[in-house]
Design a protein around this ligand. Structure first.
Ligand SMILES: C[S@@+](CC[C@H](N)C(=O)[O-])C[C@H]1O[C@@H](n2cnc3c(N)ncnc32)[C@H](O)[C@@H]1O
Length: 274
């Protein structure tokens, strides 16, 4: 979820290339001549910082949304501006229990309230990234519903070791490798969701087409009173949501959830009402 919305859309094209190049420059910096030559066993040099982000973080940001292609619909100028903003955005320095977590705290708070009200048995998250958000949802849910679990899906396993080693991850989080719209993944999620109260949280590829396909794939496992939560809606996802809501009377955008002005889920809290 999370990101100042423009942020996420950028990296793909110019972003990935430009940032990766810049980062390569940072991380390749040579130690001063007076430093002893590093031995093979020596610890790696400290990461170079830029705008408060480490070289590794910048590298990760650069690959963060590569999969978005040009579906963000931004002009090159907007891409450049967003890239610059992204490197300053404090959201990209958020960690949960030490794991990088790209959540807007305002939206994470709203998700926490929805979890408490709905008390689901299962939260299905599309978009794992480093694994921080899946653990965050699982820890909150543990205190709400002792039988709850989280399924988190990503096309790549980028989870930090710590994200996998936390007791909460071992006990309650299942990672599925693949696209959230791959029929095999969808079938597996439906199998695991049978008979359960489910919340779906979409934070993977933020293109209109992908989010529309995700909503279509998972809407039937969300019961009345529960939610599909769509993050980073302002660009692609919002168009998908508008089309979806125009063609159904079973879900509505629960706008009262948007009480924080910095929400990245504009019209993204979709409540099933019948
Ligand atoms: C915005 S990040 C997720 C952030 C994470 N939820 C958090 O709060 O830290 C988006 C993730 O979606 C993944 N992704 C991209 N396309 C995907 C797809 N088709 N299916 C599942 N995951 C996808 C990316 O690899 C990336 O790790």
């Amino acid at each position: 979820m999370l990101v100042s919305f423009l942020s996420k859309k950028i990296l793909p094209v110019l972003g990935a290339v430009a940032l990766a190049a810049m980062v390569a420059g940072c991380s390749d910096a040579q130690p001063p001549a007076s430093d002893p030559a590093p031995s093979k066993a020596a610890a790696p040099p400290p990461e170079t910082e830029l705008n408060g982000l480490t070289a590794q973080e910048l590298k990760d940001i650069a690959i963060f949304e590569q999969a978005n292609g040009d579906s963000h619909g931004l002009t090159p100028k907007q891409v450049a501006t967003t890239q610059a903003n992204m490197r300053k955005d404090p959201i990209f320095r958020n960690r949960f229990l030490g794991v990088w977590t790209v959540q807007n705290p305002s939206d994470a708070w709203i998700v926490m309230e929805i979890l408490y009200e709905v008390k689901p048995d299962l939260l299905v998250e599309a978009g794992t990234f480093h694994g921080g958000s899946a653990n965050l949802w699982a820890i909150i849910l543990e205190h709400i519903n002792p039988n709850s679990e989280v399924i988190t899906i990503d096309i790549e396993d980028k989870r930090e070791p710590r994200a996998k080693e936390l007791p909460i991850a071992k006990e309650r989080v299942t990672f599925l490798l693949g696209s959230s719209t791959d029929p095999k993944i969808v079938a597996e999620v439906h199998r695991r969701a049978k008979g359960k109260k489910v919340i779906v949280l979409l934070d993977s590829l933020h293109s209109k087409e992908h989010v529309a396909a995700e909503i279509e794939a998972y809407k039937s496992i969300v019961g009345v009173g529960s939610y599909i939560i769509v993050q980073d809606t302002p660009l692609g996802p919002k168009a998908a949501i508008d089309e979806f809501l125009a063609g159904t009377d079973t879900f509505v955008a629960d706008r009262k959830r948007e009480r924080y002005s910095d929400t990245n889920s504009v019209r993204g809290y979709l409540k099933r009402v019948k």
